[in-house]
Design a protein around this ligand. Structure first.
Ligand code: ZN
Ligand code: FE
Length: 255
């Protein structure tokens, strides 16, 4: 039985995700921007929250934790490296570890860049990856703590997952990201098609998250830093991939 995935809009433009295993009744949450919409979603479905997974320490991913643990008694799992600035953890994890969440294996992947202790959670059996503010729909997180090199390597780790993996990322920034991508150079048919889909979803008030890794590989400018066409569009023919990534990230910061 595949896990059920619920995408929950929180705060201004954040997403949290519920995972539910029908067979065992186990329910997990990835990131906790605020408690109320998450408690409402649990109530509406009659689900009991057992565990909260945290991608990174920013307030818009953890502020709901204390109210949620008080209300549900859920365990909290996050990177041991960031235990000093995450809410109290029931379990500290390290990159490379394999957890069992809702009856399914969940691999902890090191994705520093946005923050240095940032992790992603990959559920290979269900083709899901929870990326927080590392790989995002048509974008990637701003580099608050890590180096461009670190983020480029983090994105490289995520881009080797199966292309049909659903990328469950932390924010609805997709339309702005798409406008930025279109301004970088000649738009590919894949980009034009995706921009159209994004506009239709947003006009209907629907999330553009999750996306598939395949569409990110085809249209996310940050994953295309190694593409000769992208290098040419930026006037960086033959430049190292990481340098091209650095340039794209710098342009996005000014966008
Ligand atoms: Zn963040
Ligand atoms: Fe965030």
């Amino acid at each position: 039985m595949p896990l059920e995935l619920v995408t929950l809009p929180c705060l201004e433009n954040n997403y949290a995700f519920l995972l539910h295993d029908e067979a065992s009744g186990d329910t997990a949450l990835v990131d906790a921007p605020e408690a109320d919409p998450i408690l409402d979603a649990l109530d509406a479905r009659g689900w009991r929250l057992g565990v909260i997974l945290l991608t990174h320490h920013h307030y818009d991913h953890i502020d709901g934790v204390s109210a949620l643990t008080r209300a549900t008694g859920a365990r909290v799992i996050g990177a041991g490296a960031d235990a000093h600035r995450l809410p109290p953890l029931s379990q500290e994890v390290a990159p490379g570890e394999v957890l069992h969440i809702c009856g399914a294996p969940a691999h902890v992947i090191d994705v520093p860049g946005h923050t240095v202790g940032h992790v992603a959670f990959h559920f290979p059996e269900d083709r899901l990856v929870f990326t927080g503010d590392s790989l995002m729909a048509m974008g990637c997180g701003r580099l608050f703590e890590g180096t461009p090199d670190q983020m480029w390597q983090s994105l490289g780790r995520l881009s080797t997952l199966p292309p049909d993996t659903l990328v469950c990322s932390g924010h609805e920034y997709t339309q702005t990201n798409a406008r930025f991508a279109a301004g970088l150079g000649p738009a590919s048919p894949a980009l034009i098609e995706r921009m159209d889909r994004i506009a239709r979803a947003r006009n209907a008030g629907l999330p553009t998250v999750p996306s598939t890794l395949a569409e990110e590989l085809a249209t996310n400018p940050f994953l295309r830093a190694s593409d000769p066409a992208m290098k040419a569009a930026l006037g960086m023919d033959g430049a190292p991939d990481a340098a091209v990534f650095t340039e794209i990230r710098a342009r996005r910061d000014r966008f």
